[in-house]
Design a protein around this ligand. Structure first.
Ligand SMILES: [Zn+2]
Length: 344
């Protein structure tokens, strides 16, 4: 993720002019959040077996779906465009879901297999390698994400997205943009080469070539390549939509994020329940398991006043669309102002 000082400047202008709307949480809400987070953390500490079993189920079922679609269903589509497109979309979602889960909850937060037991340490090797199958670099992400939590919305935020140029977002929508050098609005891998990045690129190349090779004899190379390009592009689009909605134009605080909640659109953008449908809660209590974040989303919902809820909770299709459009409109307006300001 490239950080542009101009974007930070644009956000500061927005923040200065909209301080009335950028509500911070009341102290009693923060107090209640900490109380609930402590209760959840205590439960987590004494139920590691259940936690391990749930996450084992999530990881393995995601892998089974991706492999089943890519290696079994794809060669049997009979080269029908509609069937291929449907498989690419479904597979794209699961690629996004698994890579996001293993990269964020696993590699960055060590929230999937948490203890120092031999079992968890071995399972962590599997979790930490999983993002490498999808062009993601867990070592880069871990370092950047740590600074993201520590300095959210500040100059040192490793993934500053409180304001993003519309042009950068649009470039990220070009098919295969995730792998293109001129797309710098991405967080799964860095722009410079490292040993870790090379390992990810080789692992992904072997995996996707294997999918293509397995399918090409029955559906041809063009259809196989179309499936790979289509599914990886869908995965990246969902990832960009989520990250563009989470923090943009939110208050400058360690919890300045939006939560989508447990609903269809929230789960699609969030990458499933184990993805990030409740990012506001995650920033308030980063050590909690994904299912606890969802539970806390609804516990905290009850104690927020209507204005706080409107700002931090974006629930359901109409709110997601309205917020997305509002962000685009404000971004264009502040970008234009900044651009014209620099011309005079
Ligand atoms: Zn995080």
């Amino acid at each position: 993720m490239k950080i542009y000082p101009e974007e930070i400047q644009a956000y500061r202008s927005f923040e200065h002019e909209n301080s009335e709307q950028l509500l911070l949480l009341r102290p009693e809400v923060i107090k209640q959040v900490h109380k609930l987070a402590q209760e959840h953390a205590r439960w987590l500490g004494t139920h590691s077996l259940i936690h391990r079993f749930i996450n084992l189920l999530v990881l393995s079922s995601n892998w089974v779906v991706i492999c089943w679609i890519s290696f079994f269903l794809l060669p049997r589509t009979g080269n029908q465009i509609a069937g291929l497109a449907l498989l690419a979309v479904v597979n794209g979602f699961f690629i996004y879901s698994l890579s996001n889960f293993s990269l964020h909850e696993g590699a960055a937060h060590k929230n999937i297999f948490r203890t120092e037991s031999l079992t968890d340490r071995l399972l962590r090797v599997w979790v930490n390698w999983t993002p490498r199958f999808f062009f993601a670099d867990p070592e880069y992400y871990r370092a950047v994400h740590f600074r993201h939590h520590q300095f959210l919305s500040q100059d040192r935020d490793g993934a500053f997205t409180h304001f993003v140029w519309p042009k950068r977002f649009l470039i990220s929508l070009i098919p295969l943009a995730a792998a293109l050098p001129f797309c710098d609005y991405k967080i799964h891998t860095g722009s410079t080469w490292s040993r870790s990045k090379v390992m990810s690129e080789i692992t992904s190349a072997v995996f996707f070539l294997g999918i293509g090779w397995n399918a090409q004899s029955s559906i041809g190379w063009w259809s196989a390549v179309g499936f790979v390009v289509g599914s990886t592009t869908i995965a990246f689009w969902l990832d960009r939509w989520r990250e563009s909605l989470e923090h943009q134009l939110m208050p400058s605080s360690y919890y300045g994020a939006r939560s989508f909640g447990f609903n269809i659109i929230g789960l699609i953008i969030g990458g499933g329940p184990w993805g990030q449908p409740c990012h506001f809660i995650h920033h308030l209590a980063p050590g909690l398991a994904w299912y606890q974040q969802i539970s806390m989303h609804y516990q905290i919902r009850k104690i927020l006043n209507p204005r706080e809820r409107e700002l931090y909770y974006v629930e359901g299709f109409s709110q997601v669309i309205a917020t997305s459009l509002r962000i685009i409109r404000l971004n264009l307006s502040y970008s234009r102002r900044l651009f014209h300001g620099s011309q005079t």
